[in-house]
Design a protein around this ligand. Structure first.
Ligand code: F6P
Length: 365
């Protein structure tokens, strides 16, 4: 069996704290333990399409462990199977340029390709594997925590910590001004950040994509608090939450072939209505990209480092088409196909929901 001599690594999709920790772990493990060369692909799949990659040495990854973002750059637009082009009529069309990826991989003699990313990045990796036999190994990344095949994705803990400390800050101003404060967190169509930050930050109401809400029920909760002499309320809302029978609120559509909808604005929807319904002064805050920036937590650094090490091990064992993931205390592999088949969402009857309900949290139903 041909030995692995050279590995490529790319970071795809939205950035997330811990990407650099994975890159460092891959480079250090590959070079120090196995004498394998590592090539970093620039800007996700764009680098494979446009032949942009560079050799990574130990010096390149020295000091990057605590740094947010990714030293390689990333992109959520460059899907080789749906690559945007302007045709002769000046219209935007999409073309399959995956042959260019094969050429880059072959020309650079990459024996394995580690793809660090969320569902979009892993879906492309799986297509490259199934259609073209590109030897991919996936590493699950996303602040949204919505990937299967792992108990948790790296980046989530950092986003959760940032969201919780933001709720704490908003808590003190809500209390001082006797206001209702609506805090909108990221997570796309999964409510993990809202649910856990809502529990950790003592949210009185938590609104999730998985549990469409009713404004009357939110009012019922804030009225109850008023009756008990509590003159403020905190509502934590996931960007993908929506009212029963209503639609998600979004800010814009972008050129992302995997998911062009950029959610945002549900906190204003809820805030405006609750102010009208209760007469209590209300403010809303959209936390946005601050949840994705800066240094990863210790938990994310450890998880990212473990993922990087195990991704190299998986590559050496030629477990291509697989993704590493945390299962209990251990790192295991699952086929990427299985991991991306369905998004991992909050189950309405799960223990976290039961716990939040037990301490009096309302989910707006
Ligand atoms: O998937 C990660 C994420 O941060 C989501 O929580 C959010 O909806 C989206 O990406 C934002 O994407 P962009 O950076 O393209 O605005």
């Amino acid at each position: 069996m041909k030995k692995i001599k050279r590995i490529g690594i790319l970071t795809g999709g939205g950035d997330c704290p811990g990407l650099n920790a994975v890159i460092r772990a891959v480079v250090d493990t590959a070079i120090l333990q196995y004498g394998i060369e590592v090539y970093g692909i620039i800007d996700g799949y764009a680098g494979l399409i446009n032949k942009q990659l560079r050799k990574l040495g130990l010096k390149d990854v020295s000091g990057i462990l605590p740094r947010g973002g990714t030293i390689l750059g990333t992109s959520n637009r460059d899907n080789p199977f749906k690559y945007p082009e302007i045709n002769a009529k000046g219209e935007k069309t999409y073309r399959d340029v995956s042959e260019r990826v094969i050429k880059t991989v072959e020309y650079n003699e990459l024996d394995a390709l580690i793809t660090v990313g969320g569902d979009g990045t892993q879906a492309i990796a799986n297509q490259l594997y199934e259609k073209h036999g590109i030897p991919v190994v996936g590493v699950p990344k996303t602040i949204d925590n919505d990937l299967n095949g792992t108990d948790i994705t790296f980046g989530f803990d950092t986003a959760l910590t940032i969201a919780t400390s933001s709720i704490d800050k908003i808590h003190s101003t809500a209390e001082s001004h006797h206001r209702i404060m609506v805090i909108e967190v990221m997570g796309r169509y999964a409510g993990w950040i809202a649910l856990e930050a809502g529990i950790a930050g003592g949210g009185d109401v938590i609104l999730l994509p998985e549990i469409p809400f009713r404004m009357e029920k939110i009012k019922e909760k804030t009225d109850n608090r008023t009756k008990k002499g509590k003159r403020f309320s905190l509502i934590v809302v996931a960007e993908g939450a929506k009212p029963q029978g209503g639609e998600v609120v979004y800010l814009r559509k972008v050129d992302d072939p995997n998911d062009p909808i950029r959610l945002g604005g549900i906190s204003k929807y809820v805030g405006d209505r609750i102010e009208d319904m209760t007469g209590i002064e209300t403010r809303y805050t959209i936390l946005g990209h601050v949840q994705r920036g800066g240094s990863p937590t210790a938990f994310d650094r450890v998880l990212a480092t473990r993922f990087g090490f195990h991704a190299v091990e998986a590559a050496i064992k030629k477990k291509f088409g697989y993704m590493v993931g945390l299962r209990g205390q251990d790192i295991k592999t699952t086929t990427i196909k299985e991991a991306i088949a369905l998004p991992r969402k909050v189950k309405p009857g799960c223990d976290l929901i039961k716990t939040a309900l037990a301490v009096g949290t309302s989910f707006g139903i």
